[in-house]
Every structure is written in structure tokens, then in C-alpha cells.
Design a protein. Structure first.
Length: 473
């Protein structure tokens, strides 16, 4: 009985070693598989049997197959990944906006406005010269074109961001459906006593990807029911998916007149509350309208305010002066420099007045009425343009807008870089636990092979003992 009992012990060791070799081979084969977690065989010694005064162990038991993962690091990585992607989204968007302003270049507002003022200064040296007046008009047209180009590009980008939000919401719903399907498969597989580690890896990978887009929290019950929440509300509850949808909300976009599209839980009036993730970053850029949350509406509002200051300032000065008579038109005052229609008091619609487009003689350089040769060279009102430039905050306001964009871009660039370092550090820690190390697996392979050889040798020895015992006469 003792020899056969030893044979059973050796047999259990042989099978355990073989299983360990199989698992090690599986780990090595999946060393480059995204999201794969290395696996280990859980083993325990079998309680012994008493032989008189002695208790002899009964070999090894294979208790199950486990993943090597750290749930705390998983959760920490997902939180930091959400924060990192939110900051990345803001930084990339602000970089684009900074490019739209094109400062400091020859194509930005700063250069265009300076050229108008400089052309007016040059006009002061020879106020009756039509060519100098036309240069002023052309520079004013360029200034208006620059305003409109920046505004249109900003609105186009706002539409692009809005479309990207919809695409990411669709991606969230897709991941949620895949997670629910995996939940069903994993539960059915493991309810039969099997280990669905590879399927769990697929689910964890999906959750990692989901965490880049929205903040997620996960939970698995003792019964194996798995759920994903977004700030306390179920996105996935076992096999049920609570989808998100994008549709027009109550708020109005002041620049387009359309209802702003918001994210709701499907079939309800409840907004999805996002505190981090890529979508949160895009929403802040699309809707940010305050000094603390600078997005496209904030910069558009500032541009409109600047355009109104320019229109009001230049019109006030030009209205006060007198034009040069031409083609039968008398010298008059009250002529606008920019179109004074309230509908055009914005960066998107600013335009030079029809009178100036018709003739540069309608720049009111003279402080007095011009008749015949009297006051023809009067340039006293031109000085008022320079005074307006020095006394108003038009250029300071423009510099403030440009500075806001630059500072905000730099701020989120630095924050994004720091957050990526932190996220990368946690990911490295996470991978150091779960990622396959080929060196370690090869060492294990040698160890398990020796264990297998030893168990096989033990069986050979027991066999020889049994033969000897049987052949005793």
C-alpha cells in the first residue's frame, strides 16, 4: 500500500509540473498580446494520511488558474488615464486655437491692426494724397478679413469638436456593449467551474480604453456580476447596457443660434456628468466661456468685444472729421469708417463701410469743412486716430487675448506632460505586476521541467521497487 501511495504522490507532481509547463508556454506565446496578464497555477499540498504515528502528505493539488494583477493599480491607472486624456484633449485643442490666431506672424490680428494705424500715420504727412488713403482702406479691409477668418475657423473648429464628441460617445457605447457581452460569456464559463482569464484580460483592456474617454469605476460581486459606473450611474450592469446619446439641449450657442448638443443617458433627460476623460476635455473647449474655463466661446466673445471697440473707436473719430469732396460729392462729416449696422458688430461680420470702399476720400482727415482749396490739406483729425490708439485699450485688449491663448496653451501643455509622466509611472508599476517577463518565464520553464523530471524519476524508482517487491520469493 505504501508504494502505491507514493506512486499517487509522484503522479500528482507529474501532472502539476506538466500543467505548469503548459501555462508557462501560454504566457510565452502571449508575451506580445495587448492586455494579456501572466497566469499562474494555484497549488496546495494535499492533507496527509496517518500511518500509525506518522502522517504522510498525499501530494499536490491543482486548485485553479489565476491572473497576476493588482486591482488597486488597475483602478489607479484608470483614474490617472482619464485625467491625462482630458488634459491632452485640452492642450491639443488650444494648440490648434493658437495656430488659428497665427501670432506672432504677418497674418495675425496684431500685424493687421498695426498696419491700419501705421497707414493712418503716413496719411498724416500728406492728407490729400488718394493713394495713401487707399492704402488705409486696403489695410482696414485686411483687418476685417483677418477678424472674419479667425472667427470662421473658430466656429468650424467648434463644429469639429462637437462631431468628435459624438464619435467618442459612440465609442463608449460600443465598448459598453462589448463589456456586457464578455460579462455574459465569462459568467457562463466560470459558473461551470472554469477560469476565464483570457476573457477577463479582454474585458480589462476594454475598460482601460474606456477610461481614456470617460471616468469609470468597476465592481464585481461575490456572485461574479460585473458592473461599470460613470460617477455613480451604471453604464454596464452585468449584461445590461445603459447607453449615452448626444442630442440638442436647452442651451443656445450664441454664435450660431442653434441648441447646444449635450450628452444624456439614453431615453432620459438626465445629463451624463463627466469629471475627466477625453470627452470632458472636448466639452470644456467647445463650451468654455469664462476666464476660468477658456474655450472657443470665451475667445469668440473676446474677439467680438475687440471688434466692437475697433468699430466704435474708428467710427467716433471718422464721424467727427470731414471728408474730401470728389466727383461732385461735397465734404461732409458723420461718415463711418466701419459699417455701423449692429448686425456687423462682431468679429464674424465686421466690414469696412460702403463709403470708404467707394473712395479713400471718405476718410475724414480734416477737422473742418473742405470747400474749394480751403482746408484741402487739413490733417488735424488724423491726429485723433493716433490719440485714440494711445488712449484706448484696443491694442492692449488684443494683446490680452493673444496672451490668454498662449498662457492657457502653455499651462495645459505643462499639466498634460506632468500627468503623462504620472500615468506612465503607474502603468509601469501595473505592467511590472501583470506583464509577461520572458526571462522569468524561461526560468520557470527550467524549474518546472526539472520538477517534471524529478516526478518522473520518482515514478521510475517506485516502479523498480514494486518489481523488486513482486519478485521476492
Amino acid at each position: 500500500m505504501g508504494s502505491f501511495y507514493s506512486l499517487h504522490i509522484a503522479r500528482s507532481g507529474l501532472f502539476a509540473s506538466q500543467r505548469n509547463i503548459d501555462i508557462t508556454g501560454h504566457n510565452i506565446a502571449n508575451a506580445d498580446t495587448e492586455g494579456f496578464s501572466r497566469q499562474r497555477l494555484q497549488q496546495s499540498s494535499v492533507p496527509g494520511i496517518n500511518f500509525g504515528k506518522f502522517s504522510v502528505g498525499a501530494g499536490v493539488s491543482m486548485d485553479g488558474l489565476t491572473q497576476i494583477r493588482d486591482k488597486y493599480l488597475d483602478a489607479q491607472y484608470r483614474n490617472e488615464n482619464s485625467a491625462s486624456n482630458e488634459l491632452d484633449a485640452k492642450f491639443l485643442a488650444l494648440e490648434y486655437i493658437e495656430g488659428v490666431f497665427a501670432e506672432p506672424t504677418d497674418f495675425g490680428l496684431n500685424n493687421a491692426l498695426s498696419k491700419v494705424f501705421n497707414a493712418l500715420d503716413n496719411l498724416g504727412s500728406n492728407a490729400h494724397e488718394l493713394s495713401l488713403r487707399e492704402i488705409v482702406v486696403q489695410n482696414a479691409v485686411t483687418l476685417c478679413d483677418t477678424f472674419r477668418t479667425i472667427s470662421r475657423n473658430m466656429l468650424d473648429y467648434q463644429t469639429e469638436v462637437d462631431n468628435n464628441i459624438t464619435l467618442y460617445v459612440d465609442e463608449v457605447n460600443m465598448y459598453a456593449e462589448q463589456i456586457a457581452q464578455l460579462n455574459e460569456t465569462i459568467f457562463a464559463y466560470e459558473s461551470k467551474g472554469n477560469q476565464a482569464n483570457d476573457l477577463r484580460d479582454q474585458r480589462n483592456l476594454l475598460i482601460d480604453k474606456l477610461s481614456a474617454i470617460i471616468p469609470v469605476q468597476t465592481h464585481e460581486s461575490e456572485q461574479g456580476k460585473f458592473s461599470v459606473k460613470v460617477n455613480g450611474i451604471f453604464l454596464v450592469d452585468d449584461v445590461t447596457v445603459n447607453k449615452m446619446e448626444v442630442r440638442p439641449g436647452a442651451n443656445i450657442n450664441p454664435f450660431t443660434g442653434n441648441n447646444v448638443r449635450e450628452i444624456f443617458w439614453e431615453g432620459s433627460t438626465t445629463n451624463v456628468n463627466l469629471t475627466s476623460g477625453k470627452i470632458k476635455g472636448l466639452l470644456d473647449i467647445r463650451d468654455g466661456a469664462t476666464k476660468e474655463n477658456q474655450g472657443i466661446p470665451y475667445y469668440m466673445t473676446e474677439l467680438d468685444s475687440l471688434a466692437q471697440e475697433i468699430i466704435t473707436g474708428f467710427n467716433t473719430v471718422n464721424n467727427a472729421g470731414f471728408t474730401i469732396p470728389y466727383d461732385g460729392n461735397p465734404s461732409v462729416n458723420g461718415v463711418d469708417f466701419f459699417d455701423s449696422d449692429p448686425a456687423n458688430f462682431s468679429a464674424l461680420n465686421i466690414r469696412v463701410s460702403d463709403e470708404l470702399l467707394e473712395s479713400g476720400y471718405n476718410i475724414a482727415a480734416s477737422s473742418e469743412l473742405i470747400t474749394g482749396q480751403i482746408n484741402w490739406g487739413n490733417k488735424d483729425n488724423i491726429v485723433e486716430f493716433s490719440n485714440m490708439r494711445n488712449s484706448s485699450n484696443i491694442e492692449e485688449h488684443l494683446q490680452s487675448i493673444i496672451s490668454d491663448v498662449a498662457i492657457n496653451t502653455n499651462y495645459y501643455g505643462n499639466r498634460s506632460k506632468s500627468q503623462r509622466v504620472l500615468t506612465s509611472h503607474i502603468e509601469t508599476q501595473k505592467l511590472s505586476v501583470s506583464e509577461v517577463s520572458l526571462d522569468e518565464e524561461m526560468t520557470n520553464l527550467i524549474q518546472f521541467r526539472h520538477s517534471y523530471d524529478a516526478a518522473a524519476k520518482l515514478i521510475t524508482v517506485i516502479d523498480e521497487m514494486l518489481v523488486t517487491l513482486i519478485n521476492i520469493k
